[in-house]
Design a protein around this ligand. Structure first.
Ligand SMILES: *Cc1c(COP(=O)(O)O)cnc(C)c1O
Length: 431
């Protein structure tokens, strides 16, 4: 049979660099031809060959209700009829801001934007503007979108700052970005001893989803909080992926269970809060947020920020996930998936580990869960790629790279999970 995906990929490559509008979609890490999706419903999508896949990426997180949820569709259709974009404020922006603040009380005010990249970039500018300091700390393996100052990898030593990870980023732009190892308490202490007076903020994915799935340890998180407070730096949680995904109250609510009174100073959100539309936000304490234009000196703006159709989609999504029992049911399904995979791998003698929280999960072809980026990268990529393509040929779509997390939606049924575990059992057997 002719692969219609291949035809589309060949055509795409003539007019779009690499044939895709975001690099990981190109299947470069796993090899082969990407699937071109024609439509989706519930837990499934279909490619150009009309093959059905159980979707475990959910648009990289946003589709927490599954595809084509009736409540969301109705809200979006109604909003679209009322108008696409006005460039003037609407009540829905207030409503969404109020919802976000209710769900995440560490935020007293929020600003809506259109992408996680924008939200993370603006929160850094705000942290620098509010503190009058220049340096920022980030951690290797955490992704905060593609703003210049955040495309950095670790330099050769602690006193030196990072190196750009992309061509086109001038070294001067990243010279104030310090890149540390995730979950490394000693390095963090040392960095604050050396630069404490100059650090505007520490930005972290509390449950990192861009090096597969790695949790910040509770002692590490407590230390982040303590050092930021002591040195008057802001602790910025990038919850673009984990926000409203690992729990209704986001990852910060998970850490609050272990660290009483724990709060970040600022939070960056995206993905789920837009329900699949281009929408993101950043928020924090009133005194910090009031430094933003038009009230304060920190400039930030957007033609489509708080877009009326996107906010309708976000509000409908957040209302649905706020229903009692939603996250309990979602967590149970995600756990059934990771436990099923672990048991199956064990049966076939494959070194394997997995973790999950709420509707987000990760698995590794490693005997133990990794704690940082270098450990994640010890995963057997050859074995991962064979596993990946084995699953794909059985109609299960995981993220096409071993350093990406996975997502379960409310639309996945117990049977979808069982079918996935059964498929994995076949593939593990063949590895
Ligand atoms: C996806 C993501 C971003 C970037 O968001 P975009 O909407 O793709 O720009 C930033 N931070 C984290 C943690 C993310 O997962």
């Amino acid at each position: 049979m002719k692969d219609l995906n291949q035809g589309l990929f060949d055509r795409a490559k003539k007019v779009i660099p690499g044939g895709v509008n975001s690099p990981v979609r190109a299947f470069k890490a796993v090899g082969g031809c990407p699937k071109f999706i024609t439509h989706a419903k519930g837990a499934y999508f279909w490619d150009a060959n009309d093959q059905r896949f159980i979707d475990f990426i959910g648009s990289w997180g946003p589709m927490i209700l599954g595809h084509g949820d009736e409540r969301v569709l109705q809200a979006v259709q109604k909003a679209a009829l009322e108008g696409f974009s006005f460039g003037a404020p609407t009540e829905r922006e207030i409503e969404l801001a109020e919802m976000l603040i209710r769900l995440t009380p560490s935020m007293e005010m929020v600003r809506l934007v259109s992408s996680g990249t924008e939200a993370a970039m603006s929160s850094i500018r705000l942290a620098r503007g509010a503190t009058g300091r220049q340096k920022i700390i980030k951690f290797e393996g955490c992704y905060h979108g593609h703003a210049d100052a955040l495309l950095v990898k670790a330099g050769s030593g602690l006193a030196t700052f990072g190196n750009p990870t992309s061509a086109g980023v001038p070294p001067e732009v990243v010279k104030d970005t310090l890149v540390l190892e995730y979950n490394n308490l000693e390095q963090l202490k040392e960095a604050f001893e050396l630069h404490g007076q100059e650090i505007a903020c520490v930005m972290i994915e509390p449950i990192a989803g861009n090096m597969n799935f790695v949790r910040a340890s509770v002692p590490f998180m407590a230390l982040c909080r303590e050092l930021c407070t002591r040195h008057h730096a802001l602790l910025v949680f990038d919850e673009v992926m984990s926000g409203c995904r690992v729990a209704l109250g986001s990852a910060q609510s998970v850490y609050q269970k272990s660290i009483p009174g724990f709060e970040p100073d600022m939070t960056v959100m995206g993905k789920v809060i837009g329900g699949g539309m281009p929408l993101a936000a950043f928020g924090g304490k009133r005194a910090v947020m009031e430094q933003l234009a038009p009230l304060g000196p920190v400039y930030q703006a957007g033609t489509l920020s708080g877009n009326p159709v996107a906010t309708a989609c976000g509000i409908a999504t957040l209302s649905a996930i706020s229903q009692p029992g939603f996250f309990e049911a979602l967590s149970q399904k995600t756990q059934a998936l990771t436990q099923g995979l672990v048991q199956s791998a064990k049966r076939h003698g494959i070194p394997f580990s997995a973790d999950c929280e709420g509707g987000m999960f990760g698995f590794f072809l490693l005997p133990e869960l990794p704690q940082n980026y270098p450990q994640v990268m010890k995963s057997n990529s050859d074995q991962f790629n064979r596993f990946y393509h084995g699953m794909l040929s059985q109609g299960v779509y995981f993220a096409p790279a071993l350093y990406e997390a996975g997502f379960v939606s409310a639309a996945h049924t117990a049977k979808d999970i069982q079918d996935t575990v059964d498929a994995a059992d076949q593939v593990f057997k063949s590895l």
